[in-house]
Ligand binder design. Structure first.
Ligand SMILES: NC(=O)C1=CN([C@@H]2O[C@H](COP(=O)(O)OP(=O)(O)OC[C@H]3O[C@@H](n4cnc5c(N)ncnc54)[C@H](OP(=O)(O)O)[C@@H]3O)[C@@H](O)[C@H]2O)C=CC1
Ligand SMILES: CC(=O)N[C@@H](CCC(=O)OP(=O)(O)O)C(=O)O
Length: 309
């Protein structure tokens, strides 16, 4: 079976990465617009309605507008933007997050890809909350570092055009980052997590860390128990792995250039203080890899076809 796919925003950072992953596949026919027509509303409307699957790699407002241009019941959508991640009627495109999530994605008409930071945060936290080890009312924090491709073409140009780009810089200092609502909703926790992101002078890759005082929780789970819960949650996942908890350091490059997500449970057995650390590629499992995985699931293909494990 061959399905047709239109990537709206195909010349952007995420769009190009998706095209790379789909290149050469004989089960997918890409609908591609000429350079002069890629922002032409008539040409886009036609492509959006001709395709079996549309992958939106656009800014949020443009993604909302694109969905409104689809005037048939057949075309199925995967939105890589943050426009629909907490929107009623959209399925959250994180197949490993909950039992049954992959089956829901397989049937869905409208799927929203998770954000790159939420992918790391939710993968670490959701199984622990579900198991009752982390209380739903606990005020969680998440500290993270991203490569600058996370900011798309504009940020890439800023870094590349600057003679002296900062080695790393904190941002989101007003604590109102657009990913917070998504993290809270899909972790199913009572409070918005305190999210402290930063961006480093490297193209791709991420470290997402959740520090947890396990000793302060009523069930006082050990590091070992938490790691076992994560290992069980992702036992059948070809993309999510449990990494080395004895690591002395964790590099932002650990999963860069792949579609993997690695989770580590580090810390002190003596004090019960833990550092839960995820690494991923913001353009891999954080964006393009996740979009292709969702496309595969929705089309009934091998879920990891075209992905780098
Ligand atoms: N970069 C990342 O790591 C991640 C990105 N995302 C999300 O994916 C989406 C795309 O991000 P990214 O690829 O980084 O962004 P880019 O800015 O690199 O690419 C966006 C593309 O959309 C095009 N575009 C903008 N408006 C329109 C429009 N009205 N019609 C047609 N095309 C349009 C742009 O055109 P032009 O080339 O002319 O500027 C550009 O090619 C965003 O919503 C982002 O938040 C999600 C997870 C991670
Ligand atoms: C380094 C950087 O700027 N990163 C982006 C997030 C990139 C991303 O995840 O895109 P979505 O918002 O679509 O999920 C930011 O913080 O806004």
């Amino acid at each position: 079976m061959t399905v047709s796919v239109f990537i709206d925003g195909a010349e952007g950072t995420t769009g190009l990465e998706i095209r790379e992953r789909l290149a050469g596949r004989d089960d997918i026919a890409i609908i591609q617009l000429d350079e002069a027509l890629r922002k032409d509303i008539t040409a886009r409307t036609q492509a959006l309605n001709d395709a079996d699957f549309v992958i939106l790699c656009l800014p949020d407002d443009a993604a909302r507008d694109a969905v409104a241009l689809i005037a048939n019941d057949r075309t199925r959508v995967i939105d890589a933007s943050s426009a629909h991640r907490v929107t009623e009627g959209w399925t959250y495109g994180f197949p490993e997050l909950e039992p049954g999530q992959q089956a829901m994605i397989a049937e869905a008409k409208r799927v929203s890809n998770p954000g790159c930071y939420p992918t790391g945060f939710l993968a670490l936290v959701r199984p622990l909350v579900r198991a009752g080890l982390v209380p739903v009312e606990w005020p969680l924090s998440v500290n993270a570092v991203s490569g600058y491709s996370g900011g798309g073409k504009a940020m890439i140009a800023n870094y590349r055009d600057s003679a002296t780009p900062p080695a790393a810089r904190a941002y989101g200092l007003g604590l109102a980052h657009k990913h917070v609502a998504e993290m809270q909703k899909h972790a199913r926790i009572e409070h918005p997590p305190l999210f402290a992101p930063s961006v480093a002078n490297t193209y791709r890759g991420m470290i997402v860390e959740v520090p947890l005082p396990l000793h302060a929780f009523s069930r006082r789970p050990s590091l070992h128990v938490c790691e076992a819960v994560l290992a069980e949650a992702y036992r059948d996942s070809p993309l999510i792995h449990i990494g080395d908890n004895d690591a002395k350091t964790v590099a932002i490059e650990a999963d860069a250039g792949s579609d993997r997500l690695t989770l580590r449970v580090c810390g002190s057995v003596d004090t019960g203080q833990a550092r839960f650390i995820a690494t991923l590629d913001n353009l891999g499992k954080g964006a393009a890899g996740a979009a292709v995985q969702n496309l595969n699931i929705m089309a009934g293909f091998d879920p990891v076809a075209g992905l780098t494990l």
